[in-house]
Design a protein around this ligand. Sequence first.
Ligand code: ATP
Ligand code: MG
Length: 272
Amino acid sequence: MICERLELQMSILALDKIDFSYVKDEILFREFSLNIEAGESVCLLGANGSGKSTLLKIFCGLVFPSGGTYRAFGQEITENLLEDSRFAQRFHRRIGFIFQNSDAQLFTSRVWDEIAFGPLQMGLSQAEVKNRVDDILALLHLQNLAERSPYRLSGGEKKKVAVASTLVLNPEVLILDEPTNGLDPKTQRWLVDVLLELNNHGRTIITSTHNLDLAHAISRRALVLSEEHRLIYDGSCQQAIADKQLLMAANLIDEYCHVHGENQHSHLYKHS
Ligand SMILES: Nc1ncnc2c1ncn2[C@@H]1O[C@H](COP(=O)(O)OP(=O)(O)OP(=O)(O)O)[C@@H](O)[C@H]1O
Ligand SMILES: [Mg+2]
């Protein structure tokens, strides 16, 4: 009994033998279990279609398992519960989700308003909202974008605004789906620094990526999904990245075979 209680306290997000399918009779996850503890930095690695985004959507309460349980902060999360708007608001404040495609997340005509939207929904005073928005713009060095229209920003700038509009709510868990896609090296470094800083301050960070350098830079733990949607590795991120067989099996690196004159030659796309 005591052990059970301790385990619940440590685990911030927990999937217990969940089943999930988008289409009837086409099961994506079967009896899939996973525990994430407060303060972890976890990276989901897997080929296209392995189920990374789906797992992140389950964590964010955007889709729901048909069997098993999903618990967040010790409470079982169900579709019924998230239909209660007060509960949903609290839940989404605690778990921030940064989408793969920033366009899906931005909807106002001015960056400042975009970032202020969440705090206004929380019912904070105008003065408090202003303080929060100005603080986050300064912290992320985005003051120059404040008056711009989000629709007229570059892909990387949109991502920065999406990050700011999530962080302004100070979520305990931050979930990012393929966060560095399409970002230039400097912007990738900016994001890595932001995530490391948040994790150092106790925030739980969960990302999905194909980018092994990003995984290595921000995550201590890696979860590798097979193309059959099964968890084939759960352990140190550093060890996962050093394990060529595992990365090949998960289709995260490939062997490039070609012929020079008479000789067939092959090497990894990813250099060791
Ligand atoms: N809305 C949907 N309806 C039906 N099938 C879906 C839906 N979304 C995803 N799928 C299917 O579920 C499987 C897992 O998709 P998911 O988006 O979770 O993969 P992923 O690992 O995030 O892939 P990627 O690396 O391409 O982003 C895929 O086979 C995909 O075609
Ligand atoms: Mg995806």
